[in-house]
Design a protein around this ligand. Structure first.
Ligand SMILES: Cc1cc2nc3c(=O)[nH]c(=O)nc-3n(C[C@H](O)[C@H](O)[C@H](O)COP(=O)(O)OP(=O)(O)OC[C@H]3O[C@@H](n4cnc5c(N)ncnc54)[C@H](O)[C@@H]3O)c2cc1C
Length: 414
């Protein structure tokens, strides 16, 4: 394509060279738009590199709408239905990016390296003629007859602008609130952002003594003492509270409740495979077998040794009861109850700097879900996590970035 023809193409600025910005640039370049990505980092896809513990859980085979959250869930339907799992896999394969899906539907690059995803997307964009301006943080946008972008005392003119700046989660990986600030200038409402897929904190100092203990457990979230949801997955006790997959999965609802000044607790059942009666029977059997031994032996092979002291303290076992023989039926019942239901008061989370994603963002009521164009400013578009859409753990957040960018770039009028 000659330079002159290039100048005749509609020019698009994309603010943000992350997941959604890269995908949008590829589709737009294929459709013969002239695309420039402005990225404040020296490279594209810094957050992408950290996804899925460096393996990048890129999407999920089970893309039910119940895995996505927004103040207006109807908004999500069109993008996810128009760019689902199959369409995304085909798109990746066409670029030479092969994927593998595990039995839970979680999908990864075949290399199990997030760097493969960044390399393929970035090189595909370069191959299609996308321009990259790195170390360019866009500070302001203004619309006269064209869109003007301002960065570091420089001004750039484009026909249209896409805000693909992501969310405020993990500043060290490029997270920023600049997308919200840019949107506000055009009268957009920002639904109060809060951290999701994040570790939870507790001021119950007893829990800190369990720091480092990891267990497969049934973890139940209680809001105002009412059970809301139970997740069977690992939990990690830490010196600030709790972490692990079960906690990340419950963190969105926990944080939302805390924002609404509700009481939040979790209960942890570290014997998810044995009901109370079976566990009690097991302890009774062990008591008989281990008569004459120290009380610790009752639980030694069943739970982490740090948990043993914790459980005896929790049930307030009388100090004189040092041998298994001293433990009576009532104590055994209390131990059983405690093992099935460790209650932890939650008082907060590790915040935006530790969160994988942010719930809230640019209100989707003010954006068209077929084109992702702002209803406040013609020529201004949004995609990815900057919008008030987030997903569960399992590849859903990246899928939102891909799907919102795809419909935006496919439906943009010339
Ligand atoms: C540790 C971690 C692990 C994760 N793992 C997974 C996972 O396995 N699966 C999954 O589905 N999701 C995962 N996520 C979430 C997922 O990474 C994000 O939802 C996704 O990257 C959002 O895409 P995006 O394009 O909206 O934003 P991003 O990918 O964050 O890209 C936004 C880009 O915009 C740039 N930028 C911001 N402001 C400006 C500005 N003013 N000017 C220029 N550039 C700007 C940023 O530097 C950044 O590069 C993870 C997140 C984290 C933090």
């Amino acid at each position: 394509m000659s330079k002159q023809n290039d100048n005749l193409k509609p020019s698009i600025a994309i603010i943000g060279g992350g997941a959604s910005g890269l995908l949008a640039s590829i589709i737009l370049a294929k459709r013969d738009f002239k695309v420039t990505i402005f990225e404040k980092n020296p490279k594209a896809g810094k957050k992408l590199l950290a996804t899925g513990n460096g393996k990048c859980n890129i999407t999920n085979q089970n893309l039910g709408l119940n895995h996505f959250f927004s103040s207006n869930p109807n908004f999500i339907k069109y993008p996810i239905e128009h760019f689902g799992y199959r369409e995304f896999v085909r798109f990746c394969e066409e670029m030479g990016l092969n994927l593998v899906t595990n039995e839970n539907g979680k999908t990864y690059p075949a290399s199990l390296q997030a760097s493969s995803v960044v390399d393929v997307l970035y090189n595909e964009a370069l191959f299609l003629g996308v321009d990259f301006s790195f170390n360019s943080a866009i500070e302001n946008i203004d619309f006269k007859e064209k869109a003007h972008l301002f960065s570091d005392e420089k001004t750039y003119k484009f026909d249209k602008v896409i805000v693909a700046t992501g969310s405020i989660a993990m500043e060290k990986l490029g997270g920023s609130n600049s997308g919200y600030e840019l949107a506000k200038k055009f009268g957009h409402t920002i639904i109060k952002p809060f951290p999701s897929l994040v570790q939870l904190t507790s001021n119950d100092k007893e829990i800190y003594t369990l720091s480092g203990v990891k267990s497969e457990a049934n973890v139940t979230l209680l809001i105002d003492n009412k059970p809301q949801k139970t997740i069977l997955a690992d939990i990690l006790f830490t010196n600030y509270g709790v972490s692990g997959n079960s906690i990340l999965d419950l963190s969105r609802e926990a944080n939302m409740a805390l924002l609404n000044f509700q009481k939040v607790d979790i209960t942890v059942d570290i014997f998810p495979t044995l009901d109370k009666n079976k566990l009690l029977a097991l302890l009774e059997k062990k008591k008989k077998l281990l008569a004459g031994k120290k009380k610790e032996f009752l639980l030694l092979s069943l739970i982490n040794s740090k948990l043993i002291d914790f459980i005896y303290k929790k049930i307030k076992l009388a100090p004189h009861k040092q041998l298994i023989d001293d433990i009576d039926k009532k104590d055994l019942q209390s131990i059983t109850y405690s093992l099935k239901s460790i209650k932890i008061a939650i008082d907060g989370s590790k915040g935006f700097d530790s969160a994988e994603v942010v719930a809230g963002g640019v209100s989707v009521d003010e954006v068209d879900n077929k084109t992702m164009e702002s209803k406040k400013q013609k020529g201004l578009y949004f995609c990815g996590e900057v919008l008030d859409v987030d997903g569960a753990c399992g590849g859903y957040n990246l899928h939102w970035a891909w799907a919102s960018a795809f419909v935006l770039a496919s439906n943009m009028r010339k």
